[in-house]
Design a protein around this ligand. Structure first.
Ligand SMILES: *[C@@H]1O[C@H](CO)[C@@H](O)[C@H](O)[C@H]1NC(C)=O
Length: 237
């Protein structure tokens, strides 16, 4: 049968579309990949990256259009100091854009399904480059990973939280970046009542274009040999 060249061309495009960029629709819970958007707030940005303009926008919290999905996911019951949690990419897509992955928590005043992320955020996970780094894409520890998990620290007060994953892609020329974001809903059981987690930032505002992490120029000659992480220090230190 004759295959029209237009159809053939369209088919040839499909692989790149289906693997385009990143979503993080699966919450990871003690090694189990939960269903897509079962515990993760969907958004309306599809696979599209956002550029540095995003850093001053409220959508930098949980991505464009996520507010209208706030009541869709369930809230995962987890325990501080015990459960291993995180995110998994869509369709087992490996992270093929170089750049750091970070995960933040922000405590909801009440039900996380009504929380817009306007409170304080602290960072609980980060993954950057091998040390020392030779400045190549191969040196990113995030490269080709699909799952980003960590044990919830003991030092988290009980309550409901938004958990936000951020991938900052550094491949565009010069100091341009691409941002991929998604939030999950957690109800954390904990007996911790010590010092409040910190340092905290607001989103937007706490990550600026002038930050060393965002200023990293992967096209520089000679290539950079150190990649600062975006955001504040990890909690607990
Ligand atoms: C840089 O390091 C990575 C491993 O971290 C290695 O695979 C790659 O070949 C190195 N490239 C150069 C140009 O040294």
């Amino acid at each position: 049968m004759h295959v029209p060249s237009l159809t053939f061309g369209a088919l040839a495009l499909l692989p790149s579309l289906s693997s385009a960029h990143f979503l993080f629709p699966h919450l990871m819970l003690n090694g189990v990949k939960t269903n897509p958007f079962e515990y993760v707030r969907e958004h309306e940005n599809g696979f599209m990256p956002s550029n540095n303009d995003f850093l001053t926008n409220q959508d930098f919290r949980c991505n464009k259009g996520s507010w209208q999905h706030r009541r869709d996911p369930k809230t995962a019951q987890v325990t501080a100091g015990k459960d291993v949690i995180g995110f998994h990419t869509q369709l087992d897509t490996g992270i093929y854009h170089p750049g750091p992955v970070t995960i933040y928590l922000s405590k909801a005043p009440g039900d996380v399904r009504d929380y817009d992320g306007s409170g304080d955020w602290f960072k609980v996970y980060q993954l950057g480059t091998k040390m020392p780094w030779n400045g190549t894409d191969q040196g990113w520890l995030t490269r080709d990973l699909r799952t980003f998990t960590f044990r919830i620290p003991n030092e988290i007060p009980a309550g409901q939280y938004l958990m936000r994953i951020e991938q900052m892609s550094i491949h565009p020329p010069y100091r341009q970046k691409e941002w991929y974001l998604q939030c999950a809903h957690l109800n954390i059981a904990s007996s911790y009542n010590g010092r409040a987690p910190g340092p905290t930032i607001k989103i937007p505002g706490g990550i600026k274009i002038s930050d060393p992490a965002v200023q990293l120029d992967s096209w520089a000659k000679p290539p950079p040999t150190f990649a600062p992480m975006p955001g504040p220090q990890l909690w607990p230190n």
